[in-house]
Design a protein around this ligand. Structure first.
Ligand SMILES: [Zn+2]
Length: 535
């Protein structure tokens, strides 16, 4: 899968709009960190980027949760939403739009969209009988249930029998068009396993689904029949469109769709794949609108090899994790240690071992020892060597030559782990290189020129590595750049736009000769396993 169209200079990506039933969990943080890293990478490449996130606030589950807490649904949402905003700030998420589906302007967009689908003749009233899981906000087929009428996802939750009049969306009419979309655009759903899952689902025949509820107040009214409330998913998916409205423009579909639609990528967890890869494109087709560029569904997370969940007593609080270890550590672990798209596991021991080995030792120590040598042997400046003049036989230069392009390909494929591995290989080679070359003995032998070449090669390798990792570990990369004498902060979007040109910085030789180096300080302090993160 390629997440981007090389011919375009814009890139729009969405996270799911998170359900505010509860505070953000690690799964929401995971998707958001990945989306932010990809968005940062595209900004680094000079694209104009729009990263959309937000919250999905309607539906029965929220109505009931609020009621059980003695709050109004709106008051409940207003209490929970700041928890998401705060976590994104802690994790250095640079989003451009935060859409709440309770925003007034969203209602206009939903109404107009509903009307278009209505005008297409794709909405009709019918009797809905079936098993409903309130936690999923979804009707279940009998064969999907566990014994005792339990939802197969929410294993402790009983589904409820519903027999009511609902408005239905004529999904069945779009089966052929959906299959044509998947066939013409093989990258529409990724990874491959998810694509196959959707293909087999749609191939086996799709049924119309109900898009309204009765006896539910917390939601938007059906425009043609206010005694019904619009199904929360129909409403939530349109949040991606409302989010595109400029803050001061009128809430019309035309305005919302004028600039960024269709977005390039919806990044989601695999639990909500069907909504994004089947229902949503069909709804858009019905409304006569273009479908998004693609959908990428990542896997589930476990902790210590076991399913996470409150009922399992096995949770991981993202706020506590980032407070304890910092944003870069959390971002790096989840994006490097788990192959994006596959299921993955968190264990605190593995977390600490990975970060100590790769960020503190491999990367941090390499910079630190080389800076100290540069201070000793080169007067605290980048050696007077140009990257260009270094021989092509130089191991590090050789490894660096096409590294930027390779890493760019990995980012485009959302293969964050492979991107990190490719960069780490250079860093590890840098450590070996300096051990083998032993500049301290070369210096004693008076081979100053060779010392300078060795130190330049290593410093330049660290620079290149930190640049290519900056979408994932922006703070560490900024610290490295600053110690190398640049005044660049990768969290500063203006600076990233103007000072870190990809064509220059993603290749060998961007470190200017004679640049005054900063003070050598550990860029990542070794972590100790003191106590486990409280759940
Ligand atoms: Zn469920």
């Amino acid at each position: 899968m390629k997440s981007t169209d090389k011919t375009k200079n814009t890139f729009a990506i969405t996270t799911p709009l998170y359900y505010v039933n509860d505070l953000p969990h690690i799964g929401s943080a995971y998707t958001t960190m990945a989306a932010d890293s990809l968005a940062r990478f595209e900004r680094l490449r000079g694209k104009s980027v729009l990263l959309i996130t937000g919250t999905d606030e309607h539906g029965q589950k929220i109505e009931r949760t609020a009621e059980s807490l003695g709050r109004s649904p709106q008051a409940h949402c207003d209490l929970v939403v700041p928890g998401f905003e705060a976590l994104w700030e802690q994790l250095d998420i640079q989003y451009d739009r935060f859409i709440r589906t309770t925003a007034r302007r969203h209602e206009y967009i939903v109404k107009e969209f509903f009307q278009r689908v209505w005008n297409s003749g794709d909405i009709y009233l019918n009797q809905q009988q079936g098993w409903y899981c309130v936690s999923c906000e979804e009707f279940k087929e009998e064969r999907e249930l566990l014994p005792g009428n339990l939802c197969s996802i929410h294993r402790s939750k009983k589904v409820e029998w519903r027999d009511e009049e609902n408005y239905f969306f004529r999904l069945s009419r779009y089966q052929e068009q959906l299959l044509a979309l998947y066939a013409e655009n093989p990258d529409f759903i990724a990874p491959e396993s998810r694509r196959n899952e959707v293909l087999s689902f749609v191939n086996s025949g799709v049924q119309d689904f109900s898009i309204s509820r009765v006896n539910l107040e917390w939601g938007l009214p059906v425009p043609v029949d206010p005694s019904h409330t619009i199904y929360v998913w129909f409403d939530a998916l349109l949040g991606y469109v409302t989010a595109l409205l400029d803050p001061d423009s009128d809430p019309t579909l035309e305005n919302a769709l004028s600039k960024w639609w269709p977005v390039d990528l919806h990044l989601i967890g695999k639990d909500i794949l069907r909504f994004h890869a089947v229902y949503w494109p069909a709804m858009l087709m019905s409304a006569g609108l273009p479908v998004p560029g693609g959908v990428f569904a990542h896997g589930f997370l476990t902790k210590d090899g076991k399913k996470m969940g409150k009922s399992e007593g096995n949770t991981l609080n993202p706020v506590e994790l980032v407070e304890k270890y910092g944003a870069d550590a959390v971002r790096y672990y989840f994006l490097k240690e788990i192959e994006f798209g596959q299921d993955g596991d968190f264990s605190e021991t593995r977390f600490i071992n990975t970060l100590n080995a790769e960020l503190a030792n491999d990367l941090g120590n390499l910079l630190n020892r080389t800076l100290n040598m540069a201070r000793k042997y080169c007067g605290g400046c980048v050696p007077n060597v140009s990257g260009e003049k270094i021989s092509g036989d130089n191991l590090l230069k050789g490894m660096s030559l096409n590294l930027g392009d390779r890493v760019a390909d990995f980012y485009e494929e959302l293969a964050f782990s492979k991107a990190c591995e490719a960069v780490l290989a250079l860093v590890r080679a840098g450590n070996k290189f300096i051990d083998v070359q032993a500049p301290w003995s070369l210096y004693k032998q008076g081979q100053v020129e060779t010392v300078e070449q060795v130190l330049y090669s290593v410093l330049e390798s660290v620079r290149l590595a930190s640049y290519l990792l900056s979408p994932i570990i922006p703070n560490i990369s900024s610290a490295i750049y600053q110690q190398l004498g640049f005044s660049i902060d990768f969290n500063d979007r203006v600076a990233v736009d103007h000072l870190t040109n990809f064509a220059t910085h993603s290749v060998w030789g961007a470190l200017p000769a004679n640049q005054t180096l900063g003070e050598a300080q550990p860029v990542f302090k070794r972590l100790e396993l003191l106590e486990t993160v409280p759940s």
